[in-house]
Design a protein around this ligand. Structure first.
Ligand SMILES: Nc1nc2c(c(=O)[nH]1)N[C@H]1C(S)=C(S)[C@@H](COP(=O)(O)OP(=O)(O)OC[C@H]3O[C@@H](n4cnc5c(=O)[nH]c(N)nc54)[C@H](O)[C@@H]3O)O[C@H]1N2
Ligand SMILES: Nc1nc2c(c(=O)[nH]1)N[C@H]1C(S)=C(S)[C@@H](COP(=O)(O)OP(=O)(O)OC[C@H]3O[C@@H](n4cnc5c(=O)[nH]c(N)nc54)[C@H](O)[C@@H]3O)O[C@H]1N2
Ligand SMILES: [Mo]
Length: 796
């Protein structure tokens, strides 16, 4: 393990610009791929090219000359690296030793090259043949009750691999299909169908071209989806207002220099991204959005009542100064005929539940909304004014809304605000849930779900002649529970790093060691691989950027983007090892060994992925009509979304206003006053649990990840000093002690009463039960914690 000097100093530059160009060059050098990387990057996210393995942002029909960002380049270089974690590497290290390595050092060894099986005598991974591996896995699964087996998917696997995987799981007899989406946008998957009858966001790229205003909520564009900055920049250049709600001041939401614009690069001209920047407390969004809705509804009320005695006395002067102010405000934001603020025609024709919602909005008091949100009444009124004066408003949001105890209600509130003025299903106005992993949305579309009601079980039964299980499977937190209490005996992982990504990691590690079988299909080594139970397999697969040669020639795969468009992707580089198999081939190998003879033509599918796509089309004829023909359509082909056409596939047949019962979640912290609300964050140098390096450039943190961001006033109030080393303890009363030691305090522009720290280092702090009860998404953006002076060394 190397020691690194840590430096912390505020970053004064924009996002993008020369810093980004320099960073891309550094990344390419770091992975020793100077010759192949630039050529490869020129086809990233282009029709007939490969689709980026970083985030899921849209791939435009007319791409920029270089349609990649700094972090996309990083993800590409990371996958095509010249480094190898080959049998010679594993020969040198026991797993007991590798357990002590940091995440960065494990993945830094490079690409896995050979299928490996853990050997109990030497405590090492030793090479094994593919056939032998499949045989034993099949035998082991055959001996277990399918209820005891969990089949996880991380959001990178293609539509083809994912479809085969869920089919295998169901033919085997299990709906235990937890996936990374359970920890990510599951709150959207639950809330959006209830509110608007769509399981995904409704926005498409042209909405960014047609919008007047963007509400940008709880998403860190500069790090998590930097290509979206181009769409924001173009919007700003057209005069579009961007109203941001975020816990931190994130540089990407403030200033951007487009690294692909020679003019901006040479002149240093920056684009100011956010028109208004509202720093909400974490968990304060329901209150903040209620404030905006209250202002709109009360202004509308005031217009309706104007001219009546409620507003003006006999002398014509307003009786109630507060109401007079509201009348003036309403007049300033009203429609051209000065009669209304809300879109009553839309509300009447298309929605249900407005009256109840309006009553709740009127009833909430401003001082309470201010206290919970951290925003002032003036700020909420101003946001309402901008909203009301815009014909088409786009709602964009990310993890700062979904990963909450009230994540589902957070998303309901975004929809409620949109519905007040018909901002769904018209050009320039829609809901944009910015997805994380590059195919996480698509996996759900082709049946990766633990909920039997969401999978086309009858169709699968009809096509493949088997009786699919009808019971509800385990989602991520339920799988964790089953692993901790020993109910789960086998864990199969199609990508990802479950053990690091989940909550309650200390108990999880203990449970993991008791598994009978751990099968990991992966590209790079991580902690979920080095901790083992009785039998552990590490099965290396091709990455999406690699050429995938099968019986009928080179194959393409497909993915779904954040805006619900499907794209083909063709691998371009030579595989890092001839021993790798593709994900479809590995899934087929396990399926055949486990299930024996079935009606599924596993070999023919692996030989020709077009046949898997035909099978997907047979299963979902509307969504995937002419799948193979449209595979490489520039800009992708769109999934049908009735809500875009204002057809509401909800129980009421309308879009629903759904009123959150409270403004903030309840948890017991014994009335302590030294509790802070922790939100976990990503640095600019990581992709989830993949730690590329120790630099969070835009937040000015270099050389360390063991930090806790705090508001300067909180540092003083709690008697600490900037730079001091502290331990962080979970402050939920459940008789468990959960602690992470040795974090350095960094004074930062974060809302008062809150603090931020990196994921996954702080995952041991999260109780398993601390999740949204409906979506079961862990509350990674809100956990009560306490800080205390530390005896630990800061870095490592
Ligand atoms: N480079 C890079 N790109 C990635 C990833 C990565 O790790 N690295 N991960 C991918 C994945 S899987 C995902 S899901 C996405 C994640 O991308 P994001 O949705 O951007 O999620 P986070 O990076 O966790 O950041 C959440 C943002 O919300 C803010 N925030 C936190 N709590 C609150 C709150 O309660 N209210 C409000 N209003 N704001 C809050 C934080 O300050 C932060 O700016 O990115 C994807 N892209
Ligand atoms: N505290 C906290 N915890 C969080 C979050 C948070 O914000 N805060 N965010 C949550 C979110 S949004 C997510 S999505 C999850 C992420 O959870 P996961 O998706 O499980 O984790 P990743 O870190 O994306 O997985 C990285 C591993 O995937 C493997 N891999 C990479 N590419 C491929 C490939 O092409 N094929 C295969 N088979 N394997 C591949 C590599 O071996 C790599 O080590 O974490 C969640 N956990
Ligand atoms: Mo995610």
């Amino acid at each position: 393990m190397k020691t690194r000097p840590a430096t912390i100093k505020p970053y004064s530059g924009p996002v993008g610009g020369w810093g980004s160009a320099k960073s891309v060059a550094g990344i390419i050098a770091r992975e020793h791929v100077p010759l192949k990387a630039p050529k490869l990057l020129s086809v990233q996210n282009k029709p007939e090219g490969y689709m980026c393995v970083s985030c899921a942002w849209a791939k435009p029909a007319q791409p920029h000359p270089l349609e990649f960002c700094e972090n996309g380049a990083k993800a590409t270089a990371w996958e095509i690296t010249s480094r190898r974690a080959d049998p010679a590497f594993f020969e040198k290290h026991t797993l007991s030793e590798l357990e002590l390595w940091p995440d960065h050092d494990l993945e830094e060894q490079g690409r896995l090259t050979h299928p490996m099986r853990w050997d109990a005598i030497s405590d090492k991974y030793l090479p094994v043949g593919w056939a032998e591996a499949f045989d034993e896995i099949g035998r082991e699964l055959g001996a277990l009750d399918p209820h005891q087996v969990d089949l996880y998917t991380s959001g990178r696997a293609s539509l083809e691999a994912s479809y085969m995987y869920q089919l295998f799981a169901r033919m085997y007899g299990s709906n235990n299909l937890p996936d990374s989406s359970n920890m990510c946008h599951e709150s959207s998957s639950v809330a959006l169908p209830e509110s608007i009858g769509a399981s995904v966001g409704t926005a498409i790229l042209s909405d960014f071209e047609n919008t007047d205003c963007i509400f940008y909520i709880a998403q860190n564009v500069g790090t998590s989806s930097p290509r979206l900055l181009h769409d924001l920049q173009d919007a700003v250049d057209r005069g579009v207002k961007i109203v941001t709600f975020n816990l931190l001041h994130e540089r990407g939401l403030e200033r951007f220099v487009n690294p692909q614009s020679p003019v901006q690069m040479l002149t240093g001209r920056e684009t100011k991204i956010s028109t208004e920047y509202y720093q909400v407390k974490n968990g304060g969004d329901i209150a903040a959005l209620f404030g905006v809705c209250k202002a709109l509804i009360e202004a509308d009320d005031a217009l309706k009542a104007s001219g009546t005695s409620r507003v003006a006395g006999e002398d014509g002067k307003p009786k109630d100064p507060d109401n007079a102010a509201m009348v003036a405000f309403a007049a300033s934001i009203a429609s051209a005929d000065k009669k209304h603020v809300l879109d009553h025609d839309f509300i009447k024709e298309h929605t249900a539940g407005y009256e109840e919602f309006a009553l709740a909005a009127r009833a909430h008091q401003w001082d309470e909304l201010e206290r919970v949100s951290g925003l002032s009444r003036d700020q909420m009124m101003k946001a309402a004014a901008i909203y009301a004066k815009s014909d088409a408003v786009l709602m964009v949001y990310g993890m700062g809304l979904t990963q909450h105890l009230m994540g589902v209600q957070n998303v309901h509130m975004v929809c409620n605000l949109a519905l007040l003025r018909g901002n769904i299903g018209k050009p320039g106005a829609n809901i944009c849930a910015v997805r994380g992993h590059s195919n996480v949305q698509g996996q759900r579309t082709v049946g990766i779900t633990e909920k039997p009601g969401l999978a086309p079980l009858d169709k699968l039964s009809e096509l493949y002649g088997f009786e699919p299980p009808r019971w509800t499977g385990r989602s991520t937190v339920e799988t964790c529970d089953a692993i901790i209490n020993g109910q789960s005996r086998a864990f199969i992982s199609l990508g990802g790093n479950f053990l690091k990504a989940v909550p309650e990691t200390t108990a999880m590690e203990a449970g993991w060691r008791k598994l009978r079988l751990n099968v990991q299909i992966a590209t790079k080594l991580n902690r979920s691989h080095v901790l083992h139970g009785e039998i552990a397999y590490l099965l290396p697969c091709l990455g999406r950027i690699e050429m995938d040669e099968q019986a009928t020639g080179p194959q393409a795969v497909s993915i779904e983007s954040s805006i619900a468009h499907f794209h083909g992707s063709r691998g371009k580089t030579k595989p890092v090892s001839a021993t790798l198999l593709s994900e479809p081939a590995i899934v087929a190998g396990i399926a055949k060994a486990t299930l024996g003879k079935t009606r599924v033509p596993w070999d023919a599918w692996v030989g020709n992925y077009a046949e898997i796509r035909d099978a997907i089309e047979r299963t979902y004829p509307e969504t995937f009509k002419d799948f193979n023909k449209r595979l490489f359509k520039p800009g992708g082909f769109a999934r049908p979304l009735p809500a875009r056409e204002r057809k509401w596939v909800t129980q009421s047949g309308k879009a629903n206003f759904i009123t959150p019962g409270k403004l903030f979640p309840e948890f017991s912290t014994s009335g302590r006053t030294d509790v802070l609300h922790l939100a976990t964050l990503r640095s600019n140098d990581q992709f989830n649990t993949t730690i590329y390096g120790y630099s969070d450039r835009f937040r000015g943190v270099e050389g360390t990840r063991r930090i806790v961001f705090m508001n300067g006033e909180d540092i003083v109030r709690l008697g600490f000093a900037d730079g001091e080393i502290v331990d962080v303890t979970t402050a939920i009363d459940d008789n468990f002690v959960r602690k992470v030691t040795g974090l350095r305090i960094v004074s930062y522009n974060i809302a008062k009463g809150c603090c931020g720290a990196y994921f996954p280092e702080t995952n041991p702090l999260f109780p398993l039960a601390h999740h949204d009860p409906k979506s079961k998404t862990p509350s990674y953006k809100l956990l009560p914690v306490r800080l205390s002076r530390s005896h630990a060394t800061p870095d490592g």
